[in-house]
Ligand binder design. Sequence first.
Ligand SMILES: [Zn+2]
Length: 318
Amino acid sequence: MPRLTSTLRPFAWALAAPLSLLLWSCGAGEVEAGEHVRPRVVCTTAMVGDLVREIAGEEADVTVLFGADVDPHLFRPTRDDVAAITAASVVFHSGYGLEAYLEPTLAKIADGGTTVVALAPNIADETELSSETEGVVDPHLWMDVKLWARCCDVIASTLPVNGARERADALRSELLALDAEVEAVVATIPQRSRVLITAHDAFAYFGRRYGVEVHAVQGVSTASEAGLRAIEELVDLIVAREAPAVFFESTVSERNVRALVEGAGSRGHTVAIGGVLHSDAPGEARTYAAMIRHNARTIADALGGDAASVTEPEGPAQ
Ligand SMILES: [Zn+2]
């Protein structure tokens, strides 16, 4: 699927900001709040919405469409969702096919003049993208916190509200501190145990940034079913590498990961369930920063590391 025509590239930011101001001055997509007129902003996932909320502060009316347990690959918009998107002046989404069923709606409102920004295509060049299958870009860029921190600039450039630049700079610093924390937590895992096995292929950027080999039963989207062969190959790998743990994901069925545990068990290798990771939605962690911290610490502890030896810096997940 081609990138949305409205997707902003860095060179288009200068154009985007005045356009947004123009739209808001017309009265479309605004919320009256006392003397303040605030733009209506809609975001898809929490990974996008948490950053936008922080940078918008009190200066915009920000709605996050997807709930904390929603699988974005499978999300189908209701009539209310379409109404919320249509009423917005700016829509931020993740991109690269993550919100596959929402893309026709986004393309339509972009054609109608709404500013629609896909964050992922604006923060990485082609050499930084992961593509397991040729032609399919892995959309899970938020798993590399240092990479995802670049969203702060894109959001601040698109939302020309009071204080956006200052809040974006502060948030970027917090995210870079989180990135360093994750790096330190993963570094506690013994080298030979740094093998992360999950339900779907959401951790490639995590693995690349923090130095973990990653494998998954399903591909980069949960929309396709896992084959028996994929499970057999992973069982082979678990047994050969004596992997200590495999992991559930909060937005994906546990069935395939349980099949791995049973398969390894029948071959004489006991592999533990390392815990539940939040790959594509924050779940009980509730925020982007907390989900990343939860994932890193859960993975480290289950693979023989010592997460508690790394202190948590002050930050957005506190
Ligand atoms: Zn995913």
